[in-house]
Design a protein around this ligand. Structure first.
Ligand SMILES: [Zn+2]
Ligand SMILES: [Zn+2]
Length: 421
């Protein structure tokens, strides 16, 4: 028995309706705010992520699926959605179009080689938005509000927003000096990966999942005390606009996000599960240096990513996801060859009229067809037998009221499409 690779997840027929509802909400929220969909390939050149995500990050150092293709090129299955979108933006010269460019992606497969015991998927799917060419704090708050709108429209309640600013290269240089001074006496107690990060990117140490490293960073200096005037003013304005938008927030200087490209605003949206635990539904931030670092012009950007599997799981565990309804509105039951031919013709006709319907494809008896229909749960069953054929009529049974009506083809189609919900 061949099983799916560890850390991957199938979407079963009975689950896909919930996925599609979630996707419809995401599309609608984006459409209302002027975002358009983009799709990028599953594979990219490894260098894109080394330069775009940062080669001192956990993602790039430990979690990427990288291989050499037959042409000897280093190829990586995308570990996040932003770098590929930035590459698309540059490669197609979209920076020459009126900016900002507001883009979103949906059901974007993302691959990370996570430890299986962590409960995280190695392949999951992300919904995300990316905005290129907008430097003002209004877009930071629009993007945050948009992520929250999606979760709330899907039934999520009591969201908590955590924000931080991680500054720009100017103020971060002063901060990393202070951080190095704090960490230098503890250096030997850090994990080997963090020891390697100490010179190149000590902020990554704040993000290490190693419990030993987590203990050593307690009491580390806060970036917020080192922001330059520009970054401090930007952060103050973001907080002001959140208040204008009526969004409660908490400042958490511990949020650095796991990727190198972030500048200024970073945020996480948490969702309380039934057991009281907080679940990170969404993380994102501003990345003013990203486009330039992967070979494009200097264009500011901001975005977020939202893991779709985890969101759906959180929503259903808190009862926010709706239950699945029957995929069919009508089932056509028939008895005998001539009636089966008629059923075949009628289902096609109903589908052309926009009525979801099906018929027997398994050679069942009439009784077994009714039993099967009972399990599917359609609103109506159309019965075609010898009598109905002779009269050139269809017997329509309302499965809730059990009422039966004899109807001509025209009457049947009229009634079923007119009563369309
Ligand atoms: Zn700054
Ligand atoms: Zn570490």
């Amino acid at each position: 028995m061949i099983q799916a690779p560890r850390g991957t997840k199938d979407v079963l027929p009975q689950e896909s309706a919930a996925w599609q509802r979630m996707e419809a909400v995401m599309r609608d929220v984006c459409r209302l705010a002027g975002y358009r969909e983009v799709r990028t390939p599953v594979i990219e050149h490894t260098e894109l992520f080394q330069r775009g995500v940062g080669d001192t990050t956990d993602v790039v150092q430990k979690e990427m699926y990288t291989f050499e293709d037959k042409g000897g090129r280093s190829i990586t299955l995308k570990p996040e959605g932003t770098a590929g979108t930035a590459r698309l933006f540059i490669e197609h010269g979209l920076f020459n179009e009126p900016l900002p460019l507001k883009a979103y992606y949906l059901y974007c497969p993302v691959f990370r080689y996570e430890a299986p015991q962590s409960g995280r998927l190695r392949e999951h799917h992300q919904f995300g938005v990316e905005v290129f060419g907008a430097k003002e704090p209004t877009i930071d708050v629009e993007v945050i509000r948009l992520a929250m709108d999606v979760i709330e429209r899907l039934g999520g309640k009591n969201l908590r927003l955590f924000i931080n600013s991680i500054g720009c290269p100017t103020c971060r240089a002063r901060y990393t000096d202070a951080l190095r001074d704090f960490l230098r006496p503890k250096l030997t107690k850090l994990c080997p990966t963090c020891q390697g990060r100490f010179e190149k990117n000590p902020m990554r140490i704040l993000d290490c999942k190693d419990p030993g490293c987590k203990a050593e960073i307690v009491g580390a200096p806060s970036i917020l005390e080192y922001l330059c005037n520009d970054c401090a003013a930007h952060f103050a304005r973001v907080k002001e606009l959140l208040t204008v938008a009526g969004v409660p927030y908490e400042v958490d200087p511990g949020i650095v996000r796991g990727l190198d490209y972030y500048t200024k605003t970073v945020f996480e949206i948490m969702y309380p599960l039934e057991n009281g635990q907080l679940f990170t539904a969404c993380g994102g931030g501003r990345y003013d240096g990203l486009v330039e670092s992967v070979g494009g012009p200097s264009v500011p950007g901001i975005g977020f990513g939202m893991g779709m599997e985890r969101l759906l799981m959180a929503l259903s565990s808190s009862g926010a996801a709706e239950t699945e309804s029957s995929p069919l509105r009508v089932y056509v039951a028939s008895m005998g060859q001539a009636a089966l031919d008629e059923a075949f013709r009628l289902t096609r006709l109903m589908r052309l009229s926009g009525i979801p319907c099906d018929m027997d494809h398994a050679g069942r008896s009439l009784k077994a067809q009714f039993k099967y229909a009972g399990k599917l749960g359609p609103e109506y069953v159309v019965v075609i037998g010898e009598d109905e054929l002779k009269e050139n009529k269809y017997r329509l049974r309302d499965m809730r009221s059990r009422e039966e009506t004899l109807l001509s083809q025209e009457e049947l189609l009229c009634r079923l499409s007119g009563a369309e919900k």
